[in-house]
Each structure stands twice: as structure tokens, then as C-alpha cells.
Design a protein around this ligand. Structure first.
Ligand SMILES: [Zn+2]
Length: 196
């Protein structure tokens, strides 16, 4: 069992703010008070709290919202420092969005891939980041069931980007960190070995 702090009055106000069928406001790194939220470490959320369902529905609406649509979104981007994100599953038929409650990446492949990233919270910045080619992730659903799976390719990149958000890390931080490192490009010809 996970013991989590219940959603605060402020968090509930954010979830139910305005027209609940519409997208939520996305926090921006250019605004100091919002950057503070983006840089904070997030705490776990109770999967069985009925309000989490509404939060997920609104985050989905936000990440699929017209001009500013993305391929993933994390709770701190809509102002809640909680461990929850949505990811577009490019590795599945019809590429659905799926949500991950209290996710943990428990393994990162040492084999890396290089790709272009952007962020809904960082305007007009797209840049190359190195990420693991595959990750092993555990998470909960709304009934509190626990899952684990190994994900690779672009979906794994999105997961790592969103997981970083839960720890207050932005992709621009990764770029800075990687600036003085030398990496060898991953190629798909390289055999993948999963550690289990
Ligand atoms: Zn982002």
C-alpha cells in the first residue's frame, strides 16, 4: 500500500478550475513562480482518489489541445507537484495516450539514442537530447493495480522526459548536463540485452 498525502485544497482548485471540459493552463519556465513549480520534486498521488480521474481527463485535453498539442504531459506542468504523467504510445496500435500513476523507472539501458525534444513548458526551444534506448517502468492504474513493462524507442524517450518532470528536471537541464560528454550514437543494429 502507498501512503500518500490527500490532494490539497489548492490542488483540487486547479483540477476543477474553469470549464472542466477544457484544457488546463500550462506552466511556463519563463515565469519565475511557475518555474519554481516545474523545478520542484513531486510527491505520490493516491491512484484511487476519484479526483485523479478528472485530473487525467483534463491533462489529456491539455496535451491534445489544438496548436499546442504534445506527445506527453506531467502533472507539474499543470501546477500539481504530483507523480503522474501521460504519454503517447507510439509503440502501440492507434498510438493512444496512456497515464502512469506513481511511475518509477527502475532500469535505463546503457545504450543511448539521440533525438529532438521540445516541451509544452518551454516556448520555442527544440534541441537534441541523449536518452536511453529502453527503460523498464513500473506504475499504478486508477484501481491501484501495479504494472511493469519494458518500453523502447521514441515512447521510451517521452517517458524519460516526463519522468524527469516529476523530479524537477527539464530537458534543457539534460542538454546542459550532456554538453561536455561524448556519446556514441546508438544504432538499431546493436543487439539489445535486457537486464532483468
Ligand atoms: Zn516537458
Amino acid at each position: 500500500m502507498i501512503t500518500t498525502n490527500p490532494l490539497t485544497t489548492e490542488e483540487l482548485a486547479l483540477i476543477f478550475e474553469g470549464d472542466q471540459t477544457q484544457a488546463m493552463y500550462v506552466y511556463q519556465d519563463s515565469i519565475p513562480a511557475e518555474l519554481e513549480v516545474l523545478k520542484a520534486n513531486c510527491e505520490e498521488i493516491d491512484p484511487e482518489d476519484a479526483n485523479v480521474k478528472m485530473l487525467i481527463a483534463r491533462m489529456y485535453k491539455t496535451v491534445t489541445d489544438g496548436d499546442r498539442a504534445g506527445v506527453g504531459i506531467a502533472a507539474p506542468q499543470v501546477g500539481l507537484n504530483r507523480r503522474l504523467f501521460l504519454v503517447k504510445r507510439f509503440d502501440k496500435a492507434n498510438e493512444p495516450f496512456e497515464f502512469f500513476i506513481n511511475p518509477q523507472i527502475i532500469w535505463y539501458s546503457s545504450l543511448l539514442q539521440q533525438g529532438e525534444e521540445g516541451c509544452l513548458s518551454i516556448e520555442n526551444r527544440y534541441d537534441t537530447v541523449y536518452r536511453s534506448l529502453a527503460v523498464q517502468i513500473t506504475y499504478f492504474d486508477l484501481e491501484g493495480n501495479h504494472y511493469q513493462e519494458v518500453v523502447e524507442g521514441y515512447t521510451a524517450v517521452i517517458m524519460q522526459h516526463e519522468y524527469d518532470h516529476l523530479n524537477g528536471v527539464l530537458f534543457t537541464d539534460r542538454i546542459e548536463e550532456q554538453m561536455n560528454c561524448q556519446y556514441e550514437d546508438a544504432t538499431l543494429e546493436t543487439p539489445l540485452v535486457y537486464e532483468v
